[in-house]
Design a protein around this ligand. Sequence first.
Ligand SMILES: *Cc1c(COP(=O)(O)O)cnc(C)c1O
Length: 396
Amino acid sequence: MMPDPARAAAALAEASRIVCEDAPHEHQPVVGPIYQTSLFTFKDFAEMQQAFAGQRKDGYVYTRVGNPTVHDFERRIAALEGAEAARGFASGMGAITATVMSVVQAGDRIVAVRHLYGDAYRFFEKLLPRMGVKVDYVDGTDADAVEAALPGAKLLYLESPTSMVFELQDLERLAAAAKKYGVVTTIDNSWATPIFQKPHMLGIDLVLHSASKYIGGHSDVVAGVVAGSAAHIAKINELTHPFFGAKLAPVDAFLLTRGLRTLPLRLKQHMDSTLTIAARLKAHAHVVKVHHPFYSNHPGRATLMGYTGLFTFEVDETIDVARFSDALKYFRLGVSWGGHESLIVPVAASLAQTPGVNSFERFAVSPRAIRLHVGLEDVETLWTDLETALASSLKT
Ligand SMILES: *Cc1c(COP(=O)(O)O)cnc(C)c1O
């Protein structure tokens, strides 16, 4: 059950080389400039004509379509994922919608894992049926069940680990099965980051991230990105990215590249603190379950080279979840994750906001489940916070 420290260290070392590369700009700055411009001009008619014809390397025309600061970020993500190309977006959902819609059309069917991210699920449930696209949900842990659903499908949508319950999928096997049936594969890789899991190198076509989480890492940017083959990314550039308009802003791309530089260091800290806290919660008298991939026996665990700080635990009936939440000082109540700060989402509180989407039934967790993000604060301070809050929330 121990993580392989050498494997995680090798992944972190390789990533730190990529993220610390200087930006290829005039004057060789260590930090690339922010091209805060909506358009680019040309010195003459011929140059403009060549740019419009796509005959100039990096022939930037208009920032909705392309921008050097954004491109610098995209290049680093492609390198980290071992992919030919990447495309940045204004949000993770921007990346998800543009990617899915570049693949499917009316009459097509998607196979998706059942515990996918809430707003991806809502997009699948509310919008796709209006466009004549059907989604079948499968238990992603059961590779036979996924494979049985594939014939005739157009797209396989994975998320490993999944939201809330962090179930794993066997990526290599599912990528091979999908190829056999001509099904395009996508995965939401936000949890593992492009450092701890590289699905494209295992045969998955398109790898999505909410860059708002670990990649940005400072809780000051909402952004997304997708990486894949040059041909797949070209299709997104041709069919969806310019028209949906969810382009990544240059200043946000700058912040993301800055975030990437410390991603290896931050991940090491998130992993160390999380494994300590998860183990102590697991041993706690009033904790009945810890949903973290570290404790999974699923073969999908083999492709994770390290572990990050988002997981769920369930307390027993003697704990008052509202009182526990209010007693915490360092873990603050808030959505999102991947930043420096520790956060909790009690499932019972988030339910009121999104009935049906984050339902206990969909995730099959108890109303006493609490999602937790372990931030970069001192680990003993965080543990004392949790232990004290648990002790003070016992029902009398
Ligand atoms: C947050 C999140 C998203 C959506 O990303 P945004 O940047 O908020 O649009 C997608 N997938 C997962 C797993 C997420 O946690």
